[in-house]
Design a protein. Structure first.
Length: 104
């Protein structure tokens, strides 16, 4: 899944229409393989984003849970921590690879 799409269910305050649109945009970009469609594909691209945003809104509004709402700041902190760990692991791997090349 695209790392830029964040879970929107059970947030306090609830997910906004803009967040649903942003998630839909990221999804369509991933599926289409482009961040910016050509002029020939713009209408189809935009239509897909709007349809998926509507479906996302309906999904979020229809889901029920007995779990307590998630705190947005806590969830954002978790995402930032995972990202930092991921990038640190990449940095360490690249250093080890560079050192191995230098040693051979």
């Amino acid at each position: 899944m695209c790392r830029n799409i964040v879970p929107l269910n059970n947030l306090e305050p609830a997910a906004t229409d803009d967040e649903c649109h942003d998630a839909a945009l990221q999804f369509v970009r991933k599926i289409a393989g482009t961040t910016s469609p050509s002029r020939a594909n713009r209408e189809t691209f935009d239509l897909a984003v709007e349809e998926i945003a509507r479906a996302t809104r309906a999904l979020i509004d229809g889901l029920v849970t007995s779990a307590p709402p998630k705190n947005r700041e806590d969830e954002a902190h978790k995402r930032r921590s995972r990202s930092a760990e991921r990038y640190e692991a990449i940095r360490v791997y690249q250093q080890e690879k560079k050192a191995a090349r230098a040693a051979s």
